[in-house]
Design a protein around this ligand. Structure first.
Ligand code: 3H9
Length: 706
């Protein structure tokens, strides 16, 4: 037996324990250990049944994702499938006792057992699509036999877990165990020890007929094409489940194996695995060790009850943290609280929250119009209008009102956090927390490190982001930080393309077809074109004379076309914010381009994508070299979670690696020749391309050097 799996005896029941911290992944040694334990079970005449249970915090989180590289290289899926067959064929019944998670290969393992019992708080699921693959150890074959085709399709395509309670209703869990899982599992095992052991692979009642299932598959494919646009794995999962309903179990497993391998070898899977590890990597800050003491964040305050402030207050309340919401007067507060109530009401309507949950959350938000109660809070997030003078006044007030050591955070999206900190007597507690709009929905939180921000404050904010359901990424203090600094050149290119003759809709469509949630021009309309316009006006003096700048958006703003909020921007909007093209804008841009002498030409969708995405990559490379992002993967995680970049492309930097940095560099050099110095290639990109390296190599070197 391997040291990752141990077997012990509780009278006539064997207890097989998987002990592979932190999440009992099925790493090499675990399947072998389990196989040896099953042999032992069947050899020992004094044992009547067995329980398989996980040590530590969970049952089994799935196959070991770190081993996927080897699977790709060898084309082998490891020893999981024969093991599951061995368990199912065991002459003595095997009870799977689940706590924490049975995910992916973990659920597949559980389904090979004859019975499953679970703690009520456990979760089960097939999240493989999130890694660009499908279940590869007969999950697409056993799951529909246990829960029916429709539910199996839903679980395998969405990747979302179901609770043990729901799984019990579905027939996937045979019994919920309150109290100690092992004790409950032992008495369950004694109850069933002498009964025939059911095998999931032999069940067919829930599979239904081809006619019954056809509409389920058709609807699921439609749904995937709409909601998981561009993703291959969910469609492959449907194919595998469908194959299982038309063939024998063995043939179904073969069909699954073929589809699994295709997915595993795809660029999408490699990108999504990069994202999986990346989301965990960003939490690791080289100069801030895990043991850094955390500060308490039990009561907070938000200054400013506008869209951002209100959304941020909801984020804290949703995490169960009481929050003071401050604004200047009753009218502003009433407006802010009204918006919060409206947001919550729509969540109840959509079934996301129950009314009781919302009532509890609303009770955690206390509107206030002065700083009197601020002496009690552990952290303040300032979310007032974006202007340095105003922010400084607020921070002077906070410095007076808050207790020493309280974290003073600014939700600025562009301003210099050190300058804000300089007006306080405690710059070490000042930090940027840049939430994305709508704050209660978007997952990204850029945490902006000031020159003097203390390690404790940074570590606390990073940990807090997880508690708030956000993904925190630490960034340096430069204009626009990481996300918005890169977004500038991206949107600049979108405008240039229109000014050079591309149709507005063609630019947006090319990027939507690439996989982005929205096109760059439509995004501008959504965010408000005036926001960028105001910032550009403020920084105009920093632009180098003679360097080409886009003009179309500024002119639209001068006409009062600010986007969705004025029902006119790049597009026209009706009262429901549905967009339609506006021929007037096209005519205007053509006229302005003629006046500016900008030559007009046909522009392909490939060029649109290259110009916009490589603009991101080039700026990303500069940011990386200047040290404002810790790793290329941090930039990727920012773009996936804050800017709608498609996860299956891994983020802009990973995408550039996939294309090949020499090719990306060459195109950027072409663009520099054609369009001028804004396209000067980033020195880091040049160096990596010439050395035949990737951004991923750069990250590895950074980690090694830390
Ligand atoms: C699969 O099973 C394919 C099959 O069909 C069979 C094919 C033949 N492997 O998330 P956390 C690490 S595909 C390796 O921070 P939490 C993780 O990187 C798999 N490592 O904790 C992290 O490492 P570090 C299907 C894994 O409590 C540490 O564990 N399964 C794996 O917030 C802690 O993780 C999935 O997709 C793994 N499978 O959440 C489940 N899982 O500390 C993926 C985790 O060095 N996992 N690690 O950064 C999860 O969803 C969450 O980790 C879980 C715990 C909910 C389990």
């Amino acid at each position: 037996m391997s040291n990752l799996v141990r077997i012990s005896k509780e009278n006539d029941i064997a207890v097989i324990t998987i002990d592979n911290p932190p999440v009992n992944a099925l790493s090499p040694g675990v399947p072998e250990g389990l196989a040896a334990a099953i042999d032992e079970l069947n050899r020992d005449a004094t044992i009547k049944a067995a329980i398989v249970i996980g040590a530590g915090r969970t049952f089994v989180a799935g196959a070991d994702i770190k081993e996927f590289g080897k699977m790709v290289a060898t084309g082998r899926r490891g020893s999981l499938l024969p093991l599951l067959r061995k368990i199912e064929d065991s002459a003595k019944p095997v009870v799977m006792a689940i706590h924490g998670q049975a995910f992916g290969g973990g659920l597949e393992l559980a389904m090979a057992g004859h019975y499953r019992v679970a703690s009520p708080t456990a979760q089960v699921g097939q999240p493989e699509v999130n890694l660009g693959i499908i279940p590869g150890a007969a999950g697409t074959q056993r799951l529909p036999r246990l829960v029916g085709v429709a539910k199996a399709v839903e679980m395998c395509t969405s990747g979302k877990p179901v609770s043990a309670r729901e799984a019990a209703v579905l027939g996937l869990i045979d019994k919920l165990i309150d109290g100690d899982l092992l004790t409950g599992a032992l008495s369950f095992a004694r109850e069933i020890a002498d009964k025939p052991a059911p095998k999931a692979r032999e069940r067919s009642q829930k599979l239904g007929t081809a006619e019954e299932s056809a509409p389920i598959f058709a609807a699921a494919r439609d749904n995937v094409r709409k909601k998981q646009r561009g993703m291959k794995a969910p469609l492959a999962a449907i194919d595998a489940i469908e194959a299982g309903t038309r063939m024998s179990f063995e043939e179904g497993c073969e069909a699954e194996a073929k589809l699994f391998t295709e997915c595993l070898l795809s660029d999408q899977s490699k990108a999504l695995i990069h994202v999986f590890f990346g989301e965990r990597e960003v939490a690791k800050i080289p100069d801030i060790p895990k043991e850094t003491p955390m500060l308490p964040v039990n009561r907070v305050a938000v200054v400013g009850s506008g869209t951002m402030g209100g959304g941020i207050a909801m984020v804290f309340a949703n995490a169960g943290i009481p929050v003071l919401l401050k604004d200047v007067g009753q009218a502003a507060l009433d407006l802010g609280m009204g918006k919060i109530r409206k947001n919550y009401a729509s969540s109840v309507q959509r079934g996301r929250f129950t009314q009781a949950f919302v009532d509890e959350r609303l009770a955690l938000i206390s509107p206030v119009h002065n700083y009197d109660a601020f002496s009690d809070v552990d952290m303040v997030v300032e979310a007032v209008f974006e202007g340095m003078a105003l922010k400084k006044t607020v921070f002077e007030d906070l410095d007076r009102a808050c207790r020493p050591g309280a974290i003073l955070a600014s939700n600025t999206s562009t301003l210099n956090i050190d300058e804000i900190a300089s007006v306080t007597s405690r710059p070490e507690t000042v930090i940027g927390t840049h939430f994305f709009s709508p704050a209660n929905v978007m997952r990204l939180l850029e945490i902006v490190r000031g020159k003097k921000s203390s390690r404790e404050v940074i570590a606390t904010c990073m940990q807090l982001s997880k508690k708030l359901g956000k993904i925190g990424v630490l960034v340096g203090n430069c204009r626009g930080f990481v996300g918005n600094r890169m977004f500038g050149p991206y949107r600049r290119e979108a405008q240039f393309l229109v000014e050079e003759g591309a149709a507005i809709e063609a630019v947006d469509q090319a990027l939507v077809d690439f996989g982005n949630a929205m096109g760059p021009l439509a995004t501008g309309d959504l965010a408000g074109l005036d926001v960028g316009w105001r910032i550009r006006k403020e920084y105009r003096h920093t632009e180098k004379p003679g360097v080409r700048q886009p003009f179309a958006e500024d002119r639209l703003c001068e006409m009062g076309r600010y986007g969705q909020k004025t029902q006119k921007g790049w597009y026209l909007y009706d009262e429901n914010r549905r967009s339609s093209p506006d021929p007037e804008v096209t005519a205007l841009v053509r006229k302005w381009s003629a006046e500016a002498g900008t030559p007009q030409r046909q522009i392909s969708s490939d060029e649109i994508v290259e110009r916009c995405v490589y603009a991101l990559v080039n700026e990303g490379a500069r940011i990386l070299e200047e040290g404002y992002a810790l790793r290329a993967v941090d930039i990727d995680i920012i773009y996936l979670n804050g800017y709608g970049f498609p996860a299956y492309r891994g983020g802009p930097m990973w995408y550039a690696d996939t294309v090949g940095l020499p090719k990306v560099y060459q195109r950027i050099c072409d663009f520099e020749r054609q369009h001028g110095e804004l396209w000067a290639p980033a020195p880091l990109l040049k160096r990596l391309a010439e050395a035949g390296k990737t951004f991923a190599d750069f990250d590895k070197e950074q980690v090694a050097a830390a």
